[in-house]
Ligand binder design. Structure first.
Ligand SMILES: C[S@@+](CC[C@H](N)C(=O)[O-])C[C@H]1O[C@@H](n2cnc3c(N)ncnc32)[C@H](O)[C@@H]1O
Length: 291
């Protein structure tokens, strides 16, 4: 009885324009923040460690063909290249050229990386993959559903998707940092564009029920500032505040945590799902499953 939203050309164009603006804002922040990101990862191995937790949820990737969506400076891609070994293949895509340049520098010549939008990459490959990885990426994308549809289309029928989604950062168990900022009159953002309930609903359209693990990561005051002091990471907390000012707010919060002798806590959802019967089948068949 007409409960489905009516899609119009004007509506589609407006949605596309919204997605484009979000993507460009995020791309700009990662382009400018690439060296800080690399420095952070170099001293903490934060994202490489997250990847280890993530891939432990699914079958072994040794010898497999793996696509790393939002590969960034290559922290997870380097780990994946080692994991798949000589008989496998690890390919990375990212929207930020500055991040990709660092991935190439980290992994060396012959690295398979390309600049592509993480929401629309289904037609970018002439091969299919055994696994698609989103290590700290899907929650940043303006259209998680389109991205998961693209993933299903490039996956083999028995392939797996792995995703680590940041749900939020908490000042204490009952108070998320954006809420704390809003209470102080600061224009706080949503942190995750696509939180787990949204991702989970879309995942169910293309994949079998996932294995899910919630991971809580303690951030010492120093680690909190090192993470959220970066331009792209702070954008989700205070999207309308210009960058150097955002960093000062984060540093202030870090000092407060240190004075109180406390840590902040991030909540991540890690999930791994096998390709399901629904969706993407036609694209997969078109591409061929031969590997
Ligand atoms: C938090 S970093 C994670 C990087 C990497 N997975 C790692 O483990 O280090 C998020 C990455 O997603 C990328 N990204 C953000 N929006 C994107 C989009 N629309 N398409 C492709 N990549 C995107 C950013 O450029 C950045 O490199």
């Amino acid at each position: 009885m007409g409960h489905e939203p009516v899609r119009t050309q004007a509506g589609d164009a407006a949605a596309e324009e919204r997605s484009r603006k979000i993507r460009e804002r995020i791309r700009g922040a990662f382009d400018r923040g690439a060296s800080d990101y690399d420095r952070f990862e170099g001293t903490t191995e934060f994202f490489a460690g997250l990847l280890d937790e993530l891939i432990s949820l699914g079958p072994s990737l040794a010898g497999r063909r793996v696509l790393d969506v939002g590969c960034g400076t290559g922290a997870s891609l380097a780990r994946l290249s080692q994991t798949v070994g000589e008989n496998g293949l690890a390919v990375g895509i990212d929207v930020s050229l500055s991040m990709l340049r660092r991935a190439t520098a980290r992994l060396g010549a012959g690295t398979c990386v390309a600049q592509m939008d993480g929401c629309h990459f289904a037609n970018g490959f002439r091969t299919s993959f055994d696994a698609v990885i989103y290590n700290a990426v899907l929650f940043l994308l303006p259209d998680a559903e389109a991205s998961l549809a693209a993933t299903r289309a490039v996956l083999r029928a028995d392939g797996h998707v792995y995703l680590a989604n940041l749900e939020g950062v908490f000042w204490d168990p009952d108070l998320a940092v954006p809420e704390l900022l809003a209470r102080r009159g600061l224009p706080a953002g949503r942190h995750a564009l696509a939180p787990w309930p949204v991702v989970s609903a879309h995942l169910g359209k293309f994949f079998a029920p996932p294995a899910v693990r919630r991971l809580r990561v303690q951030l010492t005051p120093e680690r909190f500032v090192a993470f959220y002091g970066q331009e792209p990471m702070s954008a989700g907390l205070l999207p309308t505040v210009p960058y150097p000012e955002r960093r000062r707010v984060v540093e202030g919060l870090g000092e407060e945590l240190a004075r109180e002798g406390r840590c902040a806590e991030q909540v991540w959802v890690l999930a791994c799902a096998r390709a399901g019967q629904n969706g993407g089948g036609a694209a997969t068949a078109r591409r061929g499953e031969g590997g």
